[in-house]
Design a protein around this ligand. Structure first.
Ligand SMILES: CC(C)(COP(=O)(O)OP(=O)(O)OC[C@H]1O[C@@H](n2cnc3c(N)ncnc32)[C@H](O)[C@@H]1OP(=O)(O)O)[C@@H](O)C(=O)NCCC(=O)NCCS
Length: 205
């Protein structure tokens, strides 16, 4: 699968990598949880940032070996209704699904999962999660755009999803990528929270 469009978001890719200007102090001893901050700083053009580092950002099809890390990301991203190890395993091996993993400097920082249905041109975004330390750096957008590109290549015409009605950041994220609310599912989640149903047509953008 060609996911290079995902890399394009962060500009000027060289073999999928991106050059950022970041301060030496911010990078030394940085752990994966701080990558988002570095990416964020790196996107700026402040003359105070003296050193240039290459940060590799990659979106690729998920592997079974990714599952333990994806489980950890589920735990930090969702309070309930989490995907379990056996569900990841089923979806990756026997399910009719597309799953992409996002990595920053070879460390898994998130994933996105699209469920496909036979005889349907609509796909369902079942999950999308970026580690809190790597948010607001464009990774979520990169993953979703790569899923949309793959869906289009399969001839699919729309993607729909459910998001918690109180998940304002995620709703803003989806709206920014062209998803529109069209219905509410009352009492949808385990804790009785409503779901906002959103969708996007893939053949218009
Ligand atoms: C929703 C989520 C996937 C977004 O991932 P992300 O990598 O942080 O998003 P991006 O950096 O690609 O953001 C792209 C744009 O979306 C919007 N956006 C993202 N997070 C936002 C927030 N917290 N508040 C408002 N707008 C936000 C912004 O317009 C942003 O562009 P900008 O940073 O240039 O302003 C991430 O917040 C997440 O994993 N949340 C927890 C799990 C979750 O709720 N998943 C969705 C369940 S359906």
């Amino acid at each position: 699968m060609d996911c290079s469009s995902g890399n394009a978001y962060l500009m000027a890719p060289t073999h999928g990598g991106v050059v950022f200007s970041v301060s030496r102090e911010r990078v030394r001893g940085m752990d994966p949880g701080e990558t988002g901050a570095a990416l964020r700083v790196g996107c700026g053009v402040d003359a105070d940032f003296s050193a240039v580092y290459r940060i590799m950002v990659q979106v690729r099809p998920s592997h079974e070996a990714d599952i333990p890390v994806m489980e950890r990301i589920e735990r930090v991203c969702f309070a309930s209704d989490r995907l379990a190890r056996r569900q990841f395993h089923y979806l990756l091996t026997r399910g009719h699904a597309l799953m992409l993993t996002a990595l920053v400097d070879a460390q898994i920082q998130g994933y996105g999962l699209l469920l496909l249905r036979r005889n349907s041109r609509a796909a369902r975004l079942y999950s999308l999660a970026i580690h809190p330390g790597s948010r607001r750096a464009g990774l979520g957008r990169m993953v979703l755009r790569a899923l949309e590109k793959a869906a289009r290549a399969l001839g699919l015409t729309s993607i729909h999803l459910e998001v918690r009605a109180d998940n304002t950041p995620a709703i803003a994220f989806y709206q920014g990528l062209g998803y529109r609310s069209f219905a509410v599912h009352l009492d949808y989640y385990a804790d009785h929270q409503d779901a906002c149903r959103m969708r996007k047509r893939l053949d218009t953008q």
